[in-house]
Design a protein around this ligand. Structure first.
Ligand code: MLT
Ligand code: ZN
Length: 472
């Protein structure tokens, strides 16, 4: 059968399941689904298919399995490792399976503190549903308006509240998911205790759509605190910043977030917004953003800890929502500011998302900075200090692989991980061996083969490849 006839047959088959208007064939219509938002990862799909129910997902997946068609599951397309867009050099018939129409959110169970949400519900909509009944969600990150529940589970997303509540994996008390043969598995009962063998949330969280496609999840909710205080603290050294994290954790039960914003990142946002930085520059280049949230005002307790910490050069504190938002934007809008520079230079940002034991953050920043210097690139570093999780963004880089080898090699030596919250995708497959043993990778491969013998679920993603160079 020639290629055009095969595409027509596939279109007819999936249109019969999801409806004509939800099969996108035109180049223009597909474009927004085929390139990630950094512009670094792109590929072509035969079509984009937009199911609205679990039954439709199952029927589309079954058809693809029978005809060995690759499926790229996609939520809000806010991923940063190329996992949710078609593979660049694949010649295999491929569809993007957009999950955004599975956007139904159920009634909040205020007794169990849980809600059931479709995979296409955004993080912002999940939060709005909780806040409408005086509750909150345990996860927050800057892409909240577009990122979806399904994508957040697939990447085991983190964000700023991990310190208090853990990563996405811990928020999923049940899932419904479609396996590669089109069968539907899991449970949305949300029982806090259950021991009847395999735990589907554990299998799908962090496996980037390679084991099953999540269609809905039962999610944990948390109290909504009426008092929130935000502080930006300029630190003399990175070692002082690490000491501050320890003091905050030891003394403040209300601690919600401890983020790191390197001076270059703060200056970049200030330039992007056309506004002055809200605090004096840090001699050592490190600014810490702290948030506490409680049922009573935590600002006095927070100030007491900050005042007692060594190396504090300047502090800006806000409890008023407008003033808090002003401070928070210097953290929240870094990615957007970086994207604006990348767009103006025409060179996509090279992004590494790594974590090391918190005491090693300073050493890693030194290595990362030297890697930028040797490429004449610019490093914009920020992230989640409490977890030792750094987002290392390289602007105007010409040798991203060399940078990755240097930095990821150092990360492994320091006892860290090559992906803390963005996933492996297609971006980091060459370095999985640095943090996973051969036995571990073999077991993952065997599991995947058993569940997806025709290799239709997100092929190329999370597939370890032979190291492209020996990392010292
Ligand atoms: C963040 O923490 O803002 C996100 O992980 C996004 C990013 O790294 O660009
Ligand atoms: Zn992050």
């Amino acid at each position: 059968m020639d290629a055009d006839r095969a595409v027509t047959r596939l279109r007819d088959a999936v249109a019969a399941i999801v409806g004509d208007e939800h099969v996108l064939l035109d180049d223009d219509m597909r474009a927004g689904y085929e390139t990630d938002w950094t512009g670094r990862y792109t590929g072509r799909a035969s079509m984009v298919v937009r199911p609205a129910t679990t039954d439709q997902v199952a029927a589309v997946v079954r058809h693809c399995d029978e005809h060995a068609i690759a499926i790229i599951p996609q939520g809000g397309n806010t991923g940063l490792v190329g996992a949710a867009v078609p593979r660049a050099h694949s010649t295999r018939p491929t569809i993007v399976l957009s999950m955004r129409r599975l956007d139904v959110i159920g009634r909040v169970d205020v007794d169990a503190l849980q809600v059931t949400a479709g995979a296409g519900v955004t993080i912002a909509a999940w939060r709005a549903s909780a806040r409408a009944v005086g509750l909150d969600i345990p996860i927050d990150f800057a892409a909240r308006d577009s990122a979806t529940i399904g994508g957040a589970i697939a990447t085991n997303a983190g964000g700023s509240r991990v310190l208090r509540y853990g990563t996405m994996r811990r928020q999923v008390v049940g899932v419904e998911a479609v396996l590669a043969d089109g069968s539907v598995v899991g449970s949305l009962a949300g029982l806090p205790k259950e021991t009847v063998g395999l735990d589907w949330p554990s299998l799908v969280a962090g496996t980037e759509g390679t084991m099953a496609i999540v269609t809905a999840a039962r999610l944990r909710l948390v109290p909504l605190f009426e008092h929130v205080v935000t502080a930006l603290v300029s630190m003399a050294t990175i070692a002082d910043a690490v000491t501050l994290v320890g003091l905050l954790r030891q003394r403040l039960g209300s601690l919600d977030a401890v983020e790191i914003v390197q001076q270059q990142a703060l200056d970049l946002v200030a330039a992007h917004l056309g506004t002055a930085p809200p605090i004096l520059p840090s001699a050592g280049g490190t600014i810490v953003l702290v948030e506490c949230a409680d049922h009573r005002d935590p600002s006095i307790d927070l100030s007491a800890v900050v005042d007692s910490a060594p190396g504090v050069l300047d502090t800006a504190v806000a409890i008023d929502p407008v003033q808090r938002a002003h401070l928070v934007q210097f953290r929240d809008r870094i990615t957007e500011a970086i994207a604006a520079v990348a767009a103006s230079t025409g060179v996509p940002t090279y992004k590494l998302d790594v974590a090391v034991p918190i005491r090693a953050v300073g050493e890693l920043l030194d290595v990362a900075g030297r890697a930028a210097d040797s490429d004449r690139a610019e490093l914009i570093a920020f992230g989640h200090l409490a977890e030792g999780n750094l987002h290392l963004n390289y602007l105007r880089t010409t040798t991203p692989s060399t940078i990755a080898e240097t930095v990821l090699g150092a990360v492994a030596r320091l006892g860290g991980t090559i992906s803390a919250e963005h996933g492996i995708g297609v971006a980091k497959t060459s370095w999985m061996h640095l943090v996973r043993s051969a036995a571990d990778l073999d077991a993952q491969r065997a599991l995947r083969r058993a569940l997806d013998p025709n290799r239709i679920l997100n092929p190329g993603v999370l597939e370890p490849v032979t190291p492209i160079a020996q990392v010292p």
